[in-house]
Design a binder for this molecule. Sequence first.
Ligand SMILES: [Zn+2]
Length: 328
Amino acid sequence: MPEGHTVHRLARTLAGLFEGETLTVTSPQGRFDAGAALLTGHRLVASEAWGKQLFLGFAAPADVTWLRVHLGLYGAWTFASDGSADVVHAIGAPRARIGETETPLADAAAGPWAVPVPRGAVRVRLLGAHAVADLNGPTACEVITAQEKAAVEARLGRDPIRHGDSDAARGEFVARVRRSRVSVGQQLMDQSAIAGVGNIYRAEALFRAGVDPLRPGRDVDETTLGEVWDDLVTLMRDGVVRGAIVTTRPEDRGPDAPGIRAAGGLAALGPTTRRHERRAPVPPGAVLRAESFYVYQRDGLPCRLCGTPVLVKDVGGRTLYWCGSCQS
Ligand SMILES: [Zn+2]
């Protein structure tokens, strides 16, 4: 499932493509015909994210009306554009797909701007002067009022990307986690405790803080929780810029990381990791996905810091990864 950085990136992309423009809104699939009819012909005036919720504000005649989208497990936006400068800046490719992962599409043929035929079951199509955005497979897609939007937001915890500069937000997060005996690992995935954190940021932030994810929230001290919040602000904002989650420090990547060296070097990474890396060449300056995390999906592989095999456990229906030695 996309984590918060992806949704913020989508909000920025959509703002860059369409904000201020009057859009044609349709539902090629037909399931959103009524909603599209309320929005079409109106100007896009806002594009925001809060955690995993995306809100697009339209200047409908009476008031601002909002399109709320939650991608869920299978949702994704596909963009195509005429290649004009700010569009390229926003999405990095004339045609791109952003869901759980971000991929430039191979059919980005240069040439005259031609609106592509909708692919698959497109729930919503936004069409502007220079670009088109198609939404497929969302969990939630509905038109709501400003009041209903406020009600959705009231149920959400603070979002490290959106509220990362607020001391009050940091304090709310720390107090909320410490009020409960539910494990800190489970609370980080609870969107009403903190918004936008998914399985990867959860695992990685707790590893970087050296906190056992199974420890009850109320037993984690305030200073440590404040540091977890600060780290998430940094990591998730970096994710928005980069378009990918990278939590490893450069010195902890590759066969020379202390834990990998202790466990026997590259051979200790196993054939699966090596095969994965060969399948996924990365552009210069980027970080291999297999090198991007300390513990996420590294179960059985040596911890990058201490060499102990990374642990895995199903907690509340989601897979938890951690190092039993570094996180205590
Ligand atoms: Zn370790």
